[in-house]
Write a protein that binds this ligand. Sequence first.
Ligand SMILES: [Zn+2]
Ligand SMILES: [Zn+2]
Length: 792
Amino acid sequence: MARKKNRRPAGPPETIRRRIRVRGIVQGVGFRPTVYRLAVERGLGGWVLNDAEGVLIELEGPEAGVDSFVSTLANDPPPLARITAIESESVAPLGEREFRIAPSAAGRRVALVSPDMATCDDCRRELLDPADRRYRYPFINCTNCGPRYSIMLDIPYDRPATTMGRFTMCAECQAEYDDPADRRFHAQPNACPVCGPRLALHGADGRPVACADAVAAVREALLAGRIVAVKGLTGFHLAADARSDVAVRELRRRKGRDEKPFAMMAASAEAVARRARVGEAERALLESRERPIVLVPKRPDHDLSPGVAPRSPYFGFMLPYAPVHYLVFENDFPPMVMTSGNLAEEPICGDNTEAVRRLEGIADLFLVHDRPIQTVCDDSVAMVQRGRPLILRRGRGYAPRPIALAVEAPETILAVGPELKNAVCLVRASEAFVSQHIGDLKHPLAADYFEKTVEKMERLLEIRPTALAHDLHPAYYSTRYARRRAEEEGLRLVAVQHHHAHIASVMAEHGLEGDLVGLAMDGTGFGADETVWGGEILRASPARFERLGHLACVSLPGGDAAVEHPVRTAWSFLLEAYGPEEAERRLVGRLAETRSKDRRIWADMVAKGVSAPRACGLGRLFDAASVLAGVSAENTYEGQAAIELEAAAGDRPDEADPYAFALADAPAAGGGWVIDTVPIIRGVVADAEAGLDAALISARFHATVAVMLHAAARRAREETKLERIALSGGCFANARLVRLLAAALEADGFEVYVHRDVPPGDGGVALGQAYVAAARMRTPNGERRAPSKLGG
Ligand SMILES: [Zn+2]
Ligand SMILES: [Zn+2]
């Protein structure tokens, strides 16, 4: 360009015209106003419009201006936009000097639904600016923030098709909405105190309470130790003073929640940092516009009730994300428990009357509003592992943003997910839409929520599946749903083994093809041989897998009862380790609290093999170690014994002498070599008998599991010559274990892949099911090929 200028110093710069195609989440996120502003700032002519493929722009003017437009748009798009591609071609100039926003092109719009987003900085400033017409207005929003997915009734995403349709904009709001230069141009939930939704306060009986300032009344009630149901962006929370033992205990009693940690909201990252260790990565995650609950290691000197997160190493904190939260937490208001407004295991409440009905007897006060929540969504949960964010529960802020797949799926797919911690996944071409966390489908309300979520996502994303991917377990609600629907609608069914799906979900996230070694470590899952799997070393490709090895099985006296009461599992391990007579003489840790009568009954179940299924989940080994180390005797929520065992290690260094284990040389009958974990149990018992404290036993146990899985990975590498390894399964939410194992694997030359956008637990399984189904469609007979023909 400098040369051109030099050549024609006196003349005007040459005019060019370019047609620019932008793909991704570019509609309903303030994209056209940004384009308009960038074009006008540079004096460019042309137009922008929405069409079926995204956004189309034509720009006319000096080349330098056009280039600077494109690079600014690519590097600094509107906050909620996700650009997947910008394509540009030259066209003949038309002499256009003005820039305009053209009407949307006819035809089907590609519906990419934006998640609900935290209040942006601009809106926050206005919210607290006494001169602004939305001063302290709890529903302030703009195209860069506010409700999206939660208020959509249908497509296209226009106001009448949202729950804002019932509110008619006042003249001022309408003018903003119509002005392409305004931050609220086509902001569908645009509203103000004159024309928009309002807050209201209701008593415990659901009747309105007269008060001048609902927010002030709520703050006062919370400080007085009362429990308040707060309707936010995507559902209800139950709030209570996190510093008050009485309030926290009362909330647990009323909610029927024994010991599962409560999430909290704090006024700022600084307020969190006073109670927990907040590194740079944790702070960034806390302050991200997705605003997940972030698990942060507790500080010993905090001022919060021990009842908030008993015996967990972490606090779960989130920052305010809806305007009403900013008002409640104004002026460094103390941290509050902000737990999902529901009873244990039920989905979160969204509707006012439903909330009053379901939360009756729990909440003393209801802070509600009249903007209906069409799709409820739990808060997301995340943590930082090895410096990087990891999603543990995908919900508000993330769902239903798509995950990009490396290869297009040949058909549209619905993966219906597992039974527990269910989420579903819809795939169209190279986009995988993972739903929000749905929950445990054993619960009828969760099952209902599952069907509603599937229906809504298919409608809003305009995806009609032609294939359904499901778990192998025939009795799962999701499996039965898939089979019934396949029959009714003539859809193709693809059954996917649980642990294969786990590993495939890591592969999907990283766009991996070919074969790798997979470590799938969780509680239980239905195996290909109809036994219960759970500690799996696999050779896996997207389409197929082979079981290379697994942890030894142990009997679970009472099945699910043993999962809930890990003393049963610990006893079963002791029987394996010492036989019934000696086991009675070696009762250590929490096992010493059990009655001999119960132990006899459990031993009998194990000996006779009656209601004592054999399972090999790593989660069960953690359960037993936790009991024997004297840490935990109950799983009142999933993973409790393991989480408390991790917490017991405290600040003890990662390095610790591992216990013994045995990796068998010969493959067992039924496929794969077996890792004998009974020596580990003997080691834990010996340490407990020697009076070593739980912190040391926990550190040694974690070191052992890491060394054991590393040894298994080496064995797998010797057999397969594969160096890539994927880690998945709920056990890899354990930060100490992941730290130890990943470091050992990397030092040994492995290429290690872990989750980031979907949970390592069962919330990530649907993505894996979809990935497997897509791969099998591409190689239809693949699953019948001999393992030796598996190839990268
Ligand atoms: Zn905003
Ligand atoms: Zn208005």
